[in-house]
Design a protein around this ligand. Structure first.
Ligand code: FES
Length: 102
């Protein structure tokens, strides 16, 4: 059963950057965008498995560092014309602390 797990202080995630959390479901990248929204995706691009945590965050999208696919931080879907999807996890901020549902 999934439950909320305390992960990190929001300020410990660089703006337009990410932190990687190791879990039984594989590495999960927690992103913070310029508006201090947080998102959580499996740290694996749907194209060829590139590390999305090392990509470039812009708006609510991350650009994969390997071949430049754009992946939605909101739902993990690749932007057309590319096709694919990476697992997306629920994340929330409570009193400046980031919680992940896993
Ligand atoms: S592995 Fe991400 S774009 Fe190719």
């Amino acid at each position: 059963m999934s439950e909320w797990k305390r992960i990190i202080e929001l300020t410990e995630i660089p703006q337009l950057g990410s932190r990687v959390v190791r879990s039984a479901k594989g590495d999960i990248a927690i992103f913070r965008n310029s508006e201090n929204k947080v998102f959580a995706l499996r740290d694996q691009c749907p194209h060829k498995g590139g590390p999305l945590s090392q990509g470039i965050v812009h708006g609510e999208t991350v650009t994969c560092p390997l071949h430049g696919w754009n992946i939605s931080l909101v739902d993990g879907t690749a932007t057309a014309p590319d096709e694919g999807h990476t697992t997306c996890f629920e994340v929330k901020i409570d009193s400046g602390v980031v919680f992940l549902k896993i």
